[in-house]
Ligand binder design. Structure first.
Ligand code: SF4
Ligand code: SF4
Length: 185
């Protein structure tokens, strides 16, 4: 078959010596490594009974943050979408109307906000770009699914639980963020 490029290089194969042709030293070396591992501490963790501690820099599923009164922090400025190298974020902005002050922190908010987790590379640039502490990457994995459409997370799925109405769920979603002092900066 004709090569598609001229980058192929012919490699000369060195003839094997007697020891190499016997194969036994190589087999013995392999067995030594195998037996050596048998007496080492097992790295297997019995998940889900036991959970591995996350690294302090672990980046998981995104959360859209609220302030201490439960108002959505996001002001739909679009900086996260611009910073995203995977073009995974889309949103639609809307103006807050009188009477919605308890729902949205700013005069403008994200009426729609979506992240395509199949595109996301969990780099955290959206979190870094956000001037409102409105988005962060949590310590939760994006669960597996059979449908591609299920990986497009909508605002309702991304929003953190309400801190006043669901305080336990809110604390759980925050995880180690409280200790790291990143809440409502
Ligand atoms: S973590 Fe990175 S790739 Fe994922 S949405 Fe944020 S900026 Fe985009
Ligand atoms: S999450 Fe932050 S950066 Fe993204 S649109 Fe909302 S306020 Fe702007």
């Amino acid at each position: 078959m004709q090569a598609l490029t001229n980058r192929a290089k012919l490699v000369e194969r060195k003839p094997m010596n007697l020891l190499e042709r016997l194969y036994l030293p190589a087999v013995f070396k392999g067995m030594t490594i195998t037996f050596g591992h048998m007496f080492k501490k097992r790295p297997t963790i019995n998940y889900p009974e036991k959970k591995r501690p996350f690294s302090p820099v672990f980046r998981g599923l995104h959360i859209l943050n609220r302030d201490e009164e439960g108002r959505e922090n996001c002001t739909a400025c679009g900086l996260c979408a611009v910073a995203c190298p995977a073009e995974a974020i889309t949103m639609e902005a809307a103006e807050r109307v009188p009477g919605e002050e308890q729902l949205y922190h700013e005069e403008k908010y994200a009426a729609k906000y979506e992240i395509n987790m199949l595109r996301c590379i969990f780099c955290g640039l959206c979190e870094d770009a956000c001037p409102k502490d409105a988005i962060y990457l949590s310590e939760t994995f994006a669960p597996a699914d059979y449908q591609r459409s299920q990986f497009v997370y909508k605002k309702e799925e991304l929003l953190i639980p309400h801190p006043i109405h669901e305080p336990d769920a809110y604390k759980k979603a925050l995880g180690n963020r409280v200790q790291r002092g990143k809440v409502n900066q």
